[in-house]
Design a protein. Sequence first.
Length: 426
Amino acid sequence: MEFPRSVHPASWREASGARVKKFRASEDGVFSILSPNHENFSVLVRQFPKEIEPRIYLGFLLRFQGKLSEAATVLEEAQLADPNSALIYNPLAYTYAFQGDLSRALATVDKYAAVLPPNDPNPIDTRADIYAMGGQFDKSIAEYEKNVKLHPEFSMPEMKIALVYLLAGENRKAEETARSAYRKASGADRAYAADALGDIALGRGAFSRAATYFEEAARLFRTADPHLVHGELKAGEIYFEQREPHAALARARRTPSFGAAEVRGVAYLLSKNETAAEKEFAAARTAMAPVFGDYMADKLIAFDRLRAASYAGQWQHVIDGWPELPGWFGQLQAFFLGRAYAETAMWPEAEKELRTALAWVSPGNVGIHDFLSYELTQFYLGNVLEHEGKKAEAVEAYRAFLSHFEHSTARLPEIGEARAALHRLM
């Protein structure tokens, strides 16, 4: 888990004034400062060169904007300034992991553990996340299980084990583990477990069951943590990808949250009812602003509009509009942009974004990961590799995609296209 502990106010905070917007800090102190752009923190770094926190936040923001090398440089500077600070090593380890440098990431976790008490849970959890990102699933599970024994209440280790099994293609073990976590949990933890069960259903191609789980997760979150609406968005996504906006609208009408209003707005856009869409987006923005701030609320609605453009096949509109978004949307942002590049035959750009989308799929992103976009990323990567003449890699990607739909009734157009592609390539 990144930024597991709250950090204390410092002189740079008092001087920063309106430059820094703090939207929400969760109880475990996970980093939650979002800024319109990283230049605000660049100024603070120059003004307060001896302060570590601004450099850490700047590195975090740069990474979320996809500027991994710059993020690593900033965090390495912070490490040199204060090599004994526990705050530095964790975000630096994740940055190396997102760069694909697993050995350096794990070495940084070791340094992180060395400046904390023995068996502190967060280095264990981070090491497990990084192993999963590198595809070393057995080692990842071993680290999570260590936390289950030593710190069972820390960062939902059972939930993460279930998601590692899912990424490894072991659906039965994934479901057993997630159901065990669901039975033991309450409140927000049970919501996360329901969300994981939804992703596991997607892994089996059981789309209707997945939508039901995501709706349950959304219902539980409305009581435990009402700002988390990812379940509603994931349920809507299932219908949008199957070209069923009316079904998404019918489901979202039953829910009062701003996430449901976002789904309704996208559904109305796809149904050519722009007046109704604008009404829903306005309602969603009004509800979001007190939670996330005006800037982020505007960007979330802009994201919804570009998602609608993607579902509608307006690829150039997606490509043109995406640079206006900050890089905080991670996996989904890379997937939608990568798909748009693939559909417009911009193969190198598509491969870069799609591989970024795959890198974002980590059990550490509990609650914000998106397994349907992960599945579709596999298909579109196969499409890109085929057009680049990488036949063997394309076949592997298509097979990985189709492995989720052997006995599925899902109505994704990509299923038939992947089968045709394999017939063509074999």
